[in-house]
Write a protein of this length. Structure first.
Length: 149
């Protein structure tokens, strides 16, 4: 898991061939005006999901993890306090892994919470379970999904 701002994004470019393109997308001037929903960037290898949603409390947030995609969760407005726990330490699955949606949810409690302000992002790799959208206000965010391989 990584927490940082776009000012430092270049240091993460060596981690994945699509990271430079992903951060370029997050710097685009029309980002804030994108409609909620899915936006293709590089076919199924890199796409964006725009969310504008009311925050929930920590008890309502469920840990989730992905196997095929890395998440870059960029906060446009609001503060998203995201829970984190190593996927290998999650012991209470709510259901089996759903391959078609690349997601599994857990009942486990996050090991830590990361307050992510506007202009900041968290990168969650497959080994990172995360519980997003925790806030006492509305959150506007862009989630970039980057294929692992």
């Amino acid at each position: 898991m990584i927490l940082d701002t776009l000012a430092n994004a270049a240091r993460y470019a060596p981690l994945h061939a699509l990271f430079p393109r992903a951060f370029e997308f997050l710097r685009s001037p029309g980002l804030k005006a994108l409609a909620p929903g899915r936006h293709p960037i590089e076919d199924e290898r890199l796409f964006a999901i725009v969310e504008i949603a009311a925050g929930r409390n920590r008890d309502q947030a469920k840990l989730e993890c992905h196997r095929r995609y890395i998440d870059i969760q960029f906060v446009v407005e609001g503060t998203d306090e995201m829970g984190w726990k190593a996927s290998c330490d999650c012991r209470e699955p709510l259901a089996d892994y759903l391959a078609e949606k690349d997601i599994q949810f857990f009942r486990d409690t996050p090991a830590s919470w990361i307050a992510t302000p506007p202009g900041a992002f968290c990168i969650f790799f497959p080994q990172d379970a995360h519980a997003p959208l925790v806030s006492n206000s509305q959150i506007h965010k862009v989630i970039l999904k980057i294929a692992v391989a």
